[in-house]
Design a binder for this molecule. Structure first.
Ligand SMILES: NC(=O)c1ccc[n+]([C@@H]2O[C@H](COP(=O)([O-])OP(=O)(O)OC[C@H]3O[C@@H](n4cnc5c(N)ncnc54)[C@H](OP(=O)(O)O)[C@@H]3O)[C@@H](O)[C@H]2O)c1
Length: 298
């Protein structure tokens, strides 16, 4: 078994690489940057120039596709929105065309997607994998991303993992909120009632790991914990961990809209997402937010 990971230098890719290597599974990365970290061989690609180092595929049995421009990294200008979509769709197409052209035998294509497919909505409905993509930027982005992934179905087993916010001590959304809370300047965003589907980094890695190894798994899975938690509840639970009372009033929606423009939708809105299908395949270790936060900060 040999696994090629795209975006392997990122939060999820680094943690998955460690787990695979620990289990004596060969890993290589496909990256935009040769000096990319991690103790594995790096191969270069450039989706803007339609270039890929074909040597990356030698002996590869499984591909894990994680690459994509950060959703919340920069303001959503028209140019940035195009990059967010193209860095996912065109990278998938580039790999698909090369693998088809070279007639490479791949036994598993495991790709990230996001619960953002259900859109920035305020709703009490619990969304399942059968629900359609919502008509907003993230909904459309995930739809195009997943459509490009589906093309692999004619050549390989395909698993699409619709991730919630990954909780990790040092990277992503959690340390940003936790730092504010620790410094006594954290407070819920907007009305605080928006849901934030989440998954502990260890569970996210385990889901990808199992999807690589278990040849019986295929299809689309919401990759989230069982706990439906609102922004206000999360902020207060982080406050409990650090023994900080959340005393400031909520950050008004108009301030976030002014600061982040359209991207503010992703933090001011959010839905409940079901993990029933996923739990039919794998047990999660961190089902409750308290358990996840305790593990992360103990
Ligand atoms: N983290 C979350 O909470 C979360 C939630 C839902 C969905 N997801 C999705 O899951 C995937 C992995 O998440 P992650 O948190 O590990 O992401 P990440 O830390 O942002 O890493 C993504 C990797 O993609 C590559 N990349 C960045 N910009 C790119 C661009 N413009 N064109 C091509 N490649 C680019 C980079 O690898 P190189 O520099 O090596 O090329 C980067 O390390 C992403 O697609 C993300 O959207 C993540």
């Amino acid at each position: 078994m040999k696994v090629l990971i795209t975006g392997g230098s990122g939060l999820l890719g680094s943690a998955l690489t460690k787990k695979l290597l620990k289990n004596s599974i060969d890993v290589v990365h496909l990256t935009r940057n040769k000096s990319s970290k991690n103790d594995v061989k790096n191969y270069l690609w450039n989706w803007e120039k339609n270039k890929i180092d074909e040597n990356c595929f030698v002996g590869v049995t499984h591909i894990v596709h994680l690459a994509g421009a950060g959703i919340a990294e920069k303001a959503w200008t028209q140019k940035r929105k195009e990059e967010i979509v193209k860095s996912r769709v065109l990278t998938t197409r580039l790999m698909h065309s090369k693998i088809t052209q070279l007639k490479l035998p791949i036994s598993g294509f495991i790709a990230a997607s996001a619960v953002g497919i259900y859109g920035a909505q305020i709703s009490e409905k619990v969304f399942t994998e059968k629900d359609k993509a919502f008509e907003d930027f993230m909904g459309n982005c995930c739809k195009q991303w997943e459509n490009s992934i589906d093309k692999f179905e004619s050549i390989s087993r395909v698993v699409k993992l619709r991730l919630g916010v990954i909780l990790d001590k040092n990277h992503g959304a959690l340390p940003r909120i936790a730092n504010m809370v620790k410094n006594r300047i954290g407070s819920p965003l907007g009305n605080g009632q928006q849901y934030m589907p989440w998954i502990h980094i260890e569970d996210a890695v385990n889901v990808f790991y199992k999807s690589i190894l278990d040849e019986e798994i295929s299809g689309t899975f919401n990759t989230v914990s069982s706990d439906y938690i609102t922004n206000s509840e999360l902020t207060n639970k982080i406050g409990n961990v650090f023994n900080r009372k959340i005393w400031l009033p909520n950050v008004p929606s108009f301030v976030l809209k002014f600061l982040y423009g359209e991207m503010s939708e992703t933090i001011l809105k959010g839905v409940k997402v079901s993990n029933k299908k996923l739990k039919g395949e794998i047990n999660l270790k961190y089902e409750k937010i308290e358990d996840a936060l305790t593990e992360i900060y103990s």
